[in-house]
Design a binder for this molecule. Structure first.
Ligand SMILES: Nc1ncnc2c1ncn2[C@@H]1O[C@H](COP(=O)(O)OP(=O)(O)OP(=O)(O)O)[C@@H](O)[C@H]1O
Length: 336
């Protein structure tokens, strides 16, 4: 487990960390999620010892490491732009931490083979970093960080510089890797989809403070406040309630909408709306709508449903919440 207690960090008059306390359970994959400048990297770097705190305490596996230098904290660290040794092969890069610790040659060879297999770079051991793709280089970085059996793995936007498709693949891969090696991992990201996808816990940061910590489902369905709600995904106001756009069902027939809605106790009701725009987003379609009240909102439906509904600008539809649990409840009791 990692604990950070009452961490404060100022840069001149700017407060980067404002009394932050968080616990990161052993073996978890926890994301630090927040907009640019919210203090995610500062918090991660404080855990790593790359940044000194003005006040506060950091413990790793029960040990107070607040005053310890990074090399004595038992951490592995991967940055967005990984600084590989250009003149060394993949194999030597991964072996680096073990070689400087003077581990026996046979042990290093075995360990590096295992790690290269885990990160899927078996065939690449004799290549140089310049001969790898960006995604392969980041996987090599992870293998190198894991080589010394760190107590915790700290990842600062490790896939940030890669294109969307590679990022998505590496995310899935990171999740599988974590399930295999179970090392306590902290991942900094500003991408809510990435956090929801890979982590089992998310700490949402905003202006140097933690707004909420919890599992992805709780944060998504029961945000502690408007900030968390908006940052975790888009929301639509239906009647006087909040729902996610993909939890809105559209119907052309008012009677059908009313009959279905009657089965959803406490629902926002059926809202009559005019289609303003239909936007294709690959598999999904975003339907931008204007209600009778003048309120604008968007529904996200499948291509199939959009096709069946034959939606066109200017037409009238009836919107309702898909089910009771699709109404988002802000729960201030979950705030930090
Ligand atoms: N060495 C520094 N000197 C002065 N200000 C700094 C320094 N490092 C960070 N900051 C400021 O502290 C704030 C938090 O920075 P931090 O890098 O922790 O944010 P972040 O949430 O990781 O953002 P990003 O996603 O953009 O990296 C920012 O406003 C940044 O400008």
């Amino acid at each position: 487990m990692i604990t950070v207690s009452n961490a404060r960090k100022q840069y001149g008059t700017f407060t980067a960390l404002d009394d932050v306390s968080v616990e990161i359970p052993r073996g978890s994959l926890t994301a630090l999620l927040g907009p640019s400048g919210s203090g995610k990297s500062t918090l991660l770097r404080s855990i790593a010892g790359l940044e000194g705190l003005d006040s506060g305490v950091v413990t790793i596996a029960g040990r107070d490491v607040t005053k310890e230098p990074p090399q004595r904290r038992g951490i592995g660290f991967v940055f967005q732009h990984y600084a590989a040794f250009k003149h060394m092969t993949v194999r030597d890069n991964v072996a680096f931490g073990l070689s400087i610790r003077k581990r026996p040659k046979a042990e290093i060879a075995r360990k590096v083979d295992d790690l290269l297999e885990i990160v899927g770079l078996e065939g690449f051991q004799h290549r140089y970093p310049a001969q790898l793709s960006g995604g392969q280089r980041q996987r090599m970085a992870l293998a190198r960080a894991l080589a010394v059996d760190p107590e915790v793995l700290l990842l600062d936007e490790p896939f940030g510089a890669l294109d969307a498709k590679v990022r998505a693949d590496l995310r899935t891969w990171l999740r599988r890797l974590h399930d295999e090696v179970h090392v306590t991992t902290v991942l900094v990201t500003h991408d809510q989809e990435e956090a929801l996808d890979v982590s089992d816990r998310i700490a949402v940061l905003n202006r140097g403070r933690i707004e909420q910590v919890g599992d992805p489902v709780t944060l998504y369905d029961r945000p502690a406040n408007d900030f968390v709600m908006g940052f975790l995904g888009s929301v639509a106001t239906l009647g006087d309630q909040l729902v996610r756009p993909h939890d809105i069902v559209l119907t052309r027939d008012r009677a059908v909408a009313l009959a279905e809605d009657a089965k959803v106790p406490g629902s926002p009701g059926v809202i009559e709306a005019v289609v303003e725009r239909v936007v294709r987003l690959g598999f999904e379609v975003r339907v931008e709508l204007r209600a009778d009240s003048g309120e604008r909102f968007a529904a996200q439906i499948t291509r199939r449903d959009a096709f069946d509904l034959e939606l066109h600008t200017g037409e009238t539809v009836f919107a309702r919440a898909a089910h009771r649990s699709s109404v988002i409840e802000i729960d201030p009791a979950l705030a930090i």
